[in-house]
Design a protein around this ligand. Structure first.
Ligand code: NDP
Ligand code: GDR
Length: 327
C-alpha cells in the first residue's frame, strides 16, 4: 500500500484528492493545522464521506519541525503540497503571512523531504495567477510569468523552488500550474461559490442582492474533481515536470452570473450590486490555459463543463439552505 501525505487536506482540493487517492488504495495522511474549531474543520472530508478514512495529523507549513516529524513517522511515497493562504484578495491585507505560508511554506516541505524522504515524489500546487498580466493570449508552460498580487508572487517563489530542487538535487518534484477550479466544496469567498450561494439564497427568499466587484475579468474555470486527477498523474510519470491544467475556455464574471441566475430562472440585473470596495488593487484581467502538454503526456483532459459545474454547485447550495431552513 502506498502512502500519500496531503498538506491542505481540509481545503477543497485536499478533500477531492484524498477521495481520489483512497479510491486508488492509498493510505492517506492529511496534515491539518491546529485549530480551536477542529470539530468543524473536517467538514469537506465529512461531506465526501471520507473523514474517518483519512489519517489526520497536526502540523503547520510554517513549522519545519512538524513537517520533518510527520515525514519521519509516515515515510510518504508521494507528497502533495496543497496548503496555502489561497485567497488572492486577502493577500494584499496579509502579504507577510501569505509569503510565509504560500511561499516559504513550500520550501519547508521540500526541505523536510530532502532531509527525510528524498526518494519520495512531490507535487506543488502552482497557479495560473503567476501569469498575472498575461504575456500571451493563451498561457502554456513556456509563457513568461508576471505576478500581480502578493499571493501570485509567493506562488512564483514556491514554483521556482520546486524546479530548483528538481534540478539541484534530482528530486522527483513536479509543479501543476492549475487554472481556477471550483466545486460545491469551494470556499464561500471565491467568486463562483459566492455567486452560486447568492443565487440559492435569492431563489429561496433569504436575500435580495448579491454584491460583486469586477464583472469584466475572465477566468478559465474547471471542476476540482477533474483537476486532482491531473495532480496524481504527474507523480506517476518517470520524469518530473511542470504542467498547465486548464479547460481552454475563458468566461467573464458577468457571463458566469448569466449562467447561474439563468439556471434558476432569475435575471442577474435585478440582483447584482457592483461595489468598488470589492475591486482589487491590481487585477488579473484574463486567464486562458493551454493544457496540450497535459493532454499529450498525461492523457488528461477536463471533463466537466462550466454549465454542469455551476448547476451542481447551485443544487448543493440550495440543499444546504433548505436543510438550515428546515432545522
Ligand atoms: P483552500 O483555500 O480550499 O485550502 C487551503 C488549505 O491550506 C486548507 O486546508 C488550509 O487549512 C491549509 N492551510 C492554510 N495555511 C496553512 C498552514 N500555515 N499550515 C498548514 N495548512 C495550512 O485551497 P484549494 O483547495 O482551493 O487549493 C489548494 C491549493 O492549490 C492551494 O495551494 C491553492 O493556492 C492552489 N491553487 C488553487 C486553485 C483553485 O482554483 N482552487 C488554482 C491554482 C492553485 P484551514 O482549513 O485550516 O484553513
Ligand atoms: P482568483 O479567484 O482570484 O482567480 O484565485 P476568485 O474567485 O477570488 O476571483 C476570480 C475573479 O472574480 C473577480 N470578482 C470577485 N472575486 C471574489 N472573490 N469576490 C467578488 O465579489 C468578486 N467580484 C468579482 C475577481 O476580481 C477575480 O478577477 C483563485 C484562487 O483559488 C487562487 O488560490 C488560485 O491560485 C487561482 O484561483 C487560480
Amino acid at each position: 500500500m502506498r502512502t500519500a501525505l496531503v498538506t491542505g487536506v481540509t481545503g477543497q482540493d485536499g478533500a477531492y484528492l484524498s477521495q481520489f487517492l483512497l479510491s486508488k488504495g492509498y493510505r492517506v495522511i492529511g496534515m491539518m493545522r491546529r485549530s480551536a474549531s477542529s470539530d468543524v474543520i473536517g467538514e469537506r472530508l465529512r461531506w465526501l464521506g471520507i473523514l474517518n478514512d483519512v489519517e489526520l495529523v497536526d502540523g503547520n507549513l510554517t513549522d519545519l519541525s512538524s513537517l520533518i516529524r510527520i515525514m519521519q513517522t509516515y515515510k510518504p511515497d508521494e507528497i502533495y503540497n496543497l496548503a496555502a493562504q489561497s485567497f488572492v484578495a486577502a493577500s494584499w491585507q496579509q502579504p507577510l503571512l501569505t509569503g510565509n505560508v504560500t511561499g516559504l511554506g513550500a520550501s519547508c516541505v521540500l526541505e523536510a523531504m530532502r532531509m527525510v524522504q528524498p526518494g519520495a515524489r512531490f507535487y506543488q500546487a502552482s497557479s495560473s495567477e503567476m501569469y498575472g498580466l498575461i504575456q500571451a493570449p493563451m498561457q502554456s508552460e513556456t509563457t513568461p510569468f508576471y505576478p500581480r498580487s502578493p499571493y501570485a508572487a509567493a506562488k512564483l517563489y514556491a514554483h521556482w523552488m520546486t524546479v530548483n530542487y528538481r534540478e539541484s538535487f534530482g528530486m522527483h518534484a513536479s509543479s501543476g500550474i492549475l487554472f481556477n477550479h471550483e466545486s460545491p466544496l469551494r470556499g464561500i469567498e471565491f467568486v463562483t461559490r459566492k455567486v452560486t450561494d447568492g443565487v440559492a439564497r435569492i431563489k429561496l427568499g433569504l436575500a435580495k442582492t448579491l454584491p460583486l466587484g469586477n464583472m469584466r475579468a475572465t477566468r478559465d474555470w474547471g471542476h476540482a474533481r477533474d483537476y486532482v486527477q491531473a495532480m496524481w498523474l504527474m507523480l506517476q510519470q518517470d520524469v518530473p515536470s511542470d504542467y498547465v491544467i486548464a479547460t481552454g475556455r475563458t468566461t467573464s464574471i458577468q457571463q458566469l452570473c448569466n449562467i447561474a441566475f439563468g439556471y434558476v430562472g432569475l435575471n442577474p440585473e435585478d440582483h447584482i450590486q457592483c461595489r468598488n470596495d470589492l475591486i482589487r488593487p491590481a487585477e488579473v484581467d484574463v486567464l486562458l490555459g493551454d493544457a496540450s502538454k497535459a493532454r499529450r503526456v498525461l492523457g488528461w483532459t477536463a471533463e466537466t463543463s462550466l454549465e454542469d459545474m455551476i448547476a451542481e454547485m447551485i443544487e448543493a447550495d440550495l440543499s444546504r439552505h433548505r436543510v438550515r431552513l428546515a432545522a
